[in-house]
Design a protein around this ligand. Sequence first.
Ligand SMILES: C[S@@+](CC[C@H](N)C(=O)[O-])C[C@H]1O[C@@H](n2cnc3c(N)ncnc32)[C@H](O)[C@@H]1O
Length: 223
Amino acid sequence: MEPDFWHKRWSQQQTAFHQPDGHPMLNKWWPTLDLGTDARVLVPLCGKTPDLRTLAERGHRVTGIELSPIAAQDFFVEQHLSADSDELDDFERYRADCGAGTIEILVGDFFAASGQTLGPFDAFYDRAALIALPETMRSRYVEHLFTLLNDDAPGLLITLDYDQSQMNGPPFAVDEEEVNTLFDAYREVKILETGARLGGKNMLAERGVKSADEYVYRLTASA
Ligand SMILES: C[S@@+](CC[C@H](N)C(=O)[O-])C[C@H]1O[C@@H](n2cnc3c(N)ncnc32)[C@H](O)[C@@H]1O
């Protein structure tokens, strides 16, 4: 998708993907990544998810990357956090302490993020980032993600699968086979949980999707 697509979604408040209470599976599965409390965690295409807060309250130093300044500003207002801002590379950066950890949101294009300046991160959390991108962009996304991570950084990935002929994305359907193919060169892929889901205010049902499955994956370095 072009940046304008997302800027328009945010300015017109078409953000049905947003989960005001965060993702129910994050607290269940995050501990299985077995990270140190002060780990640096990357949240690509973060929107204004309260999951950033959940991760920071675990003590992590959390970095979200998001195109929309509206999303970033809304996040700190809605979470009642007072943020400082400055510039870093091509990004406008908002930063606040939160619980035992910190949250920064870098406003700009994920693909412009440089591992030299920003990395390396100890882990990543992708909910609705990979599936926000069309098929032609997904391998580039994964390649770029791994330029920002430590060699052994694990991740939690949450995707959706449904019959793509029933609706145009985003969110796009990404099946298990594609996840395995995309991450094969980098990590071992394990499904932690899968179940029927028509999440985000039932926006998939409203758009004609009859059933959808959500998948939670853990990605870890090979033993
Ligand atoms: C489907 S939303 C998911 C947001 C968040 N992960 C969540 O769970 O609520 C995708 C987000 O990615 C952002 N986005 C899309 N392309 C991007 C890019 N190239 N760089 C940074 N953010 C991007 C959009 O503005 C949007 O907020």
